[in-house]
Write a protein that binds this ligand. Structure first.
Ligand code: GTP
Ligand code: MG
Length: 303
């Protein structure tokens, strides 16, 4: 009886056919080698939609030191010279959960103890006309943001807003207007309540950089100046609405959406952002002197 079970002779014949060079075998072989990775890639990416790493966004006005910080964290050395940035630039970094490895230099080592988590740090240009790039990362549909978000806004864990503490007094209005837009975008995002709303809050670190310079304001004064100016901007924007013909009573009742922080409050303080699950810290440091460990700790606890 001729059974369907292959005999040794059949196996030998198949092996001989496959191993002897013939046109069909070569063609099919090449096809399999070329197509298999593509099919596997398609299957893997289809089943895991979010392979995106968590991201931390670097924002802030020009010359605050964002690119200098990124270079320091990436290479462990100070940037010799930086140019004003024109585009987004992202790097991958590793934080270690081990409390002993709290400095970025130790955490970045592969053999550091504890578990490691990777994340993306995104540098953005601070020039007034290029800020749409950073705003697009926040998930807002801001004017002038032609840049497509680098990553899914849902992966955003924190925003580091870098300011030059040495020149803050001169550039206070420009710096604070930018910070106002960032905070308002985060507040709107927290209020949007859409299904794309991230499950985790996005916190903000105001990094008061260049504390090595003797003209630099200490972190507490940076906080005070920014809060006072944010309050002024908030007021002038609501008066701006008044002058556009929206009645005072309308502003009082209808437009809490564009009001930063606790609605109707006189003074603005960063604590008011807690209402929207946004925690704002102001921490001083100096990229030039390598004093960035407190910022690194802040990042580690947000990843
Ligand atoms: P844009 O790309 O224009 O948004 O600016 P940026 O925020 O990336 O600034 P960048 O990193 O290019 O730094 C601007 C200048 O500040 C550079 O000349 C840096 O060397 C200098 N700088 C950065 N950090 C420090 C610091 O801690 N102390 C001092 N004294 N200078 C610093
Ligand atoms: Mg830069």
């Amino acid at each position: 009886m001729s059974s369907t079970i292959p005999t040794m002779a059949d196996l030998k014949w198949v092996l001989e056919y496959l191993l002897s060079p013939s046109k069909p075998v070569i063609v099919y072989g090449i096809l399999i080698v070329l197509l298999l990775p593509l099919v596997l890639h398609y299957l893997v990416t289809r089943t895991t939609p979010y392979t995106n790493l968590p991201t931390i966004l670097l924002a802030g006005p020009s010359a605050g030191g964002k690119t200098a910080l990124l270079t320091l964290l990436e290479r462990g050395e100070k940037a010799t010279e930086t140019h004003t940035s024109q585009t987004l630039h992202a790097i991958e970094l590793t934080v270690s959960s081990d409390p002993g490895a709290s400095t970025f230099r130790e955490a970045a080592r592969d053999d550091a103890p504890g578990s490691h988590k990777k994340f993306h740090l995104i540098d953005t240009p601070g020039h007034g006309k290029l800020r749409g790039a950073a705003m697009a990362q926040l998930g807002g549909d801001e004017k002038g943001s032609q840049t497509a978000p680098f990553s899914d806004p849902a992966t955003l864990r924190g925003v580091i807003f870098m300011v030059d503490a040495a020149t803050l007094t001169d550039s206070l209005v420009d710096t604070t207007t930018y910070l106002y837009d960032v905070l308002l975008a985060l507040q709107k995002r927290a209020c949007s309540g859409s299904s794309s709303r991230p499950p985790h809050p996005i916190n903000v670190l105001v990094a008061a950089n260049k504390l090595d310079l003797f003209t630099a304001l200490p972190a507490s004064l940076v906080r005070g100046s920014l809060e006072a100016e944010l309050g002024r901007i908030r007021l002038s924007r609501s008066i701006g609405l008044l002058s556009l013909g929206i009645g005072e009573e309308d502003v009082g009742t209808d437009d809490p959406d564009n009001w930063l922080g606790q609605y109707g409050s006189d003074k603005f303080i960063f604590e008011q952002m807690r209402e929207f699950d946004i925690e704002v810290d102001v921490i001083g440091g100096s990229v030039l002197e390598g004093k960035v460990d407190k910022w690194w700790d802040w990042i580690s606890s947000r990843i």
